[in-house]
Design a binder for this molecule. Sequence first.
Ligand code: ADP
Ligand code: ASP
Ligand code: MG
Length: 406
Amino acid sequence: MSLIVQKFGGTSVGSVERISHVAERIIEAKNEGKDVVVVVSAMGNSTDSLVDMAKQLSQHPPDRELDMLLASGEQISMSLLAMALVSKGYPAVSLTGWQAGIMTESVHTKARIVRIDTDRIVNLVNKGIIVIVAGFQGITEDGEVTTLGRGGSDTTSVALAASMKADMCEIYTDVSGVYSADPRVVPTVRKLVRISFDEMLELATLGAAVLHSRAVECAKKNNVRLMVRSSFTNEAGTIIEGDVDMEEKVVCGVTHKNNIVKITIKRFDALASLFSILVKSHIDVDMITQCSNESLTDVSFTISIADLGCTLDLLKANKTRLAFEEIVTEVGLAKVSIVGAGLVSNPEAAAKVFTALAAEYIAIKMVSNSEMKVSCIIPESITERAVRTLHSVFGFDVQQMAGAVH
Ligand code: ADP
Ligand code: ASP
Ligand code: MG
């Protein structure tokens, strides 16, 4: 019998009515003769509300306690969904991350899944029971509850699909697929019918929140076919699978990420030590530029604002070892990027980005490019204008659809 994993995001399970609707969707798949394992997110914005409560009590809540708190959100939606299914006559059981055997590394708030002991799920599925697993959470070897980082339920579902060798992992969300840009920012977006793992990984890493980047990484590694689709309509979604199709367009989308901070460390000579200190503390360092003058260096790098407090604390604690003169912090930045497998053979695309942003008087503060992307750090206040400009310049706007994207 074929097995599918279906994941329903926060908006899809945002109310009891929505949960009942989701149950119908699962029943449809079950009635088609499929075995179904379901992963759910917390209802609506409830994870944000939990974070807000924690912040009202403490500026820096302990990560362990944050994980204990945030893991509670998914426990509500999973049990309600199981109740809805049972009331409709379909046997269902909900499992927390630890009951489902989701083992993670010992890092709070952004743990990686190391393996899934699927025995319990497999036993239930073999009895014809629909299993609902809480997304976003797991447990360490020491029995500590962990979470996988915001948006991490996608990763739970792909990791489960990989471990159970499911035929497909369907990600149900509030948009009907992956688009050429965030539809909340660009009204004229186009839906992508198919996209390769590599392009999706680049889009997700650079800010396309529709999929957690670790979920795409796991799908690519284990060759799990994904479909992103809406839980609100029956439209076909976007398939994410396989390799890049070189016949495809040069650029597949424009994406952006807000809440970026640029840190410049002035006049020091301990570059290697600096980055090992940051990596050891799981700080995700993004763009790095270095400017050397005789033996001393100025280095700038970007991080997410969520890591700012911890980064500054680490730098101050290691001031003697790093022997720097000054730290300058610039907040209120964003990163806007174009992504596409064809960029490797089209270096003129970067020039096109810079020209388009300059024509809009958008100041570029840092640039980074690779085979599949061109990214620019810009002021956050004008991100949306920058995204719309690039979306239009690269020919994605639906009204200019005819022909290829150059
Ligand atoms: P869920 O709660 O279902 O996990 P998310 O809010 O995490 O949903 O992800 C869906 C959102 O991702 C959409 O509402 C959309 O605004 C945003 N998004 C950003 N970039 C893209 C893109 N390229 N294509 C589709 N959606 C995108
Ligand atoms: N509930 C978590 C969050 O809001 C995980 C998820 O939705 O994927 O980030
Ligand atoms: Mg999400």
